[in-house]
Each structure stands twice: as C-alpha cells, then as structure tokens.
Write a new protein. Structure first.
Length: 308
C-alpha cells in the first residue's frame, strides 16, 4: 500500500490528469450545459458567439478545476509524506578538474543530480560549460548579498585564468571592467596565486598603460558634451572617469591658477589657448568647448523637432 501511494505521489502529474478526466466525463454526463433553458436559448439567438464562449468555458472548467485541485493536493501530500521520508544520499563528487592541466577550456558552474526530481544522488557529476558555450556570454541574476560575486564571478574567473597557466601560448587573457573596483583586486590575487602576477595590467592615468576614451572618431561636440556634464555635475563616476575628471581639474588649475575655480569660470577657461596647449601636451583631450557643445546640441534638437 505504501509503495503504491509513493508511486502515485511521485507521478502526481499523471494522477492529477486521470482524476480530472474522470470528473470531467462524469460531470459532462450528469451535469450537462443547460442549453434548453430560456436564457441560454435567448442568448443563442441574439448573441451566438457569446453563447458558444460560455458553453466552451463551462465544459473546460469541469476539467481544469479538478486538475488544479488534484495537483495541489497531491503536491502537498508529496511534500509531507514522501519528501520528508526519503533518505538523503551523501553525495561524493568526483575529483575537481584542474584548469591548469585540462586539455580544453571549460567552466564548471555546478553539479548534476537528478533531472526529474529535486533530490541528491550518491554520485553526482560536474556541470561544465565548454569553450564553445562560453562565447555566448553568461548572465548572473540575484538579489543583493545572494552570492553572485563570491559564488559565480570569483570561481568562474579563476577557472578561466588558471587554464594552461604554465603555457604562455595557450593561457587566456581577459579584459575586466568593474564599476566598484574591488573585483579587479581579486583578479590580481588570482593571477598571483597561479604564478601570473606579471600578466596583470591596470589601465589608469597613473600607470604605464593608459586609455584615452576621448581619442576616437566621434565629432568634437560628443566628447565635449560628456566632459562638460562631468565637470558641472560629477556624479556617478566610475574609477576611470573619476581619474579623468581629477586630471582635468589639475590641468585647469595649472594653466590658469587656483584662484578661478567656479564651474562657470572652468567652462570658460577650457577654451583658452594656455589650457588647450596643456591638454594637447598631456594628450588628455585636444579640443573642448562646452559652449559649442551646447549650441550644437540645441541645433540638433531644433532640427529633429522640425523634421518630426
């Protein structure tokens, strides 16, 4: 008896469908749709599409309602009877694959247990993503403090950076963009732990390697407007833009003196010859005119308004 009950509860989806079918068959015969009543007859004559919709809904509800009720009751019984009584296996995972000696690049993201039921197995296996799957990207979602960084970002990055760590030809590199900045420090620790400390290169304004986001093929007004915004309202700046903003203030003060430091004066000083020469010498930005940027933006807005 206990074995039969367990089988029914384990296959509760099929059992729910059987119960719902039996009730629907009985109800269709015992309680058919009252199509000969005055109101249904009148509705069929006046609004036949509404009549057909109500009749179809009446027939379907005799199946869907018992199906949902039976599924809920059997799931509740499964949770209290079978779920608590099953023996929890002590999983013994295989040896963790060493990225340094692996033949092909892969990232282990979890374990594989049962695919049909939520319960562990005595001998689970690893769930890896091959190198081909890594080209599609990985998105990690979770609430604050749920372990997105410590449970996913750190182990994923370590597996990738430790792959073929002793092979200078095949070991992979990475471009790490971190808004908060603390993840970059963890990347440095991972590289040093695997003997790749010399491979770590930090891109900033104070190191050997620099990146100038203003050196591009865009028109002058685009980067100028962005810098003007950061100058007048420097909020929500990441580490690189913050360094650019600080460098901008240093060049302005060096070119014009520290006694003229208001926002309006800074915007006017940027167009002076002395500052342009300083900026060109430091290769931070070549041409910058907030006034021109505002005029160009206003002209584009007016033009778009006329076209629309």
């Amino acid at each position: 008896m206990a074995g039969t009950l367990r089988t029914v509860l384990v296959h509760r989806q099929i059992a729910s469908a059987v119960v719902a079918t039996a009730i629907w068959t009985f109800a269709s015969t015992r309680y058919p749709f009252p199509e000969n009543e005055p109101y249904p007859v009148l509705l069929q004559e006046v609004r036949p599409h509404i009549y057909n919709t109500i009749r179809l809904t009446y027939t379907l509800l005799w199946f869907t309602t018992p199906l949902l009720a039976a599924s809920s009751l059997l799931s509740l019984a499964y949770s209290f009877l079978v779920g608590q009584g099953r023996s929890v296996a002590s999983p013994k995972l295989p040896r963790y694959p060493d990225p340094a000696t692996s033949r092909d690049l892969s990232v282990v993201i979890g374990e594989i247990h049962r695919t049909q039921h939520v319960e562990p197995v005595p001998r689970p296996t690893w769930l890896p993503i091959s190198a081909r799957g890594l080209f599609t990207g990985i998105a990690i979602f979770g609430a604050v403090g749920s372990g997105k960084t410590s449970g996913c970002m750190h182990p994923f990055a370590e597996q990738i950076l430790a792959f073929r760590r002793n092979d200078s030809e095949r070991r992979p590199g990475a471009l790490v963009l971190a808004v908060k900045g603390d993840f970059c420090h963890r990347i440095r620790e991972i590289l040093e732990r695997h003997g790749r400390g010399d491979d770590h290169v930090e891109i900033s304004l104070s190191c050997e390697y620099r990146y100038n986001p203003l050196h591009n093929d865009l028109e002058v007004y685009a980067p100028a407007y962005g810098i003007a915004s950061s100058t007048t309202n420097p909020v929500e700046r990441n580490s690189l833009l913050e360094q650019i903003f600080d460098e901008e203030q240093r060049l302005i003060l060096r070119a014009t003196g520290p006694d003229r430091a208001t926002g309006e004066e800074r915007s006017e000083l940027v167009t002076t010859t002395a500052l342009q020469e300083s900026l060109a010498t430091d290769q931070l930005f070549i041409e910058y005119s907030p006034a021109r940027a505002r005029k160009d933006a206003a002209r584009k807005n007016r033009a778009s308004g006329v076209e629309s």
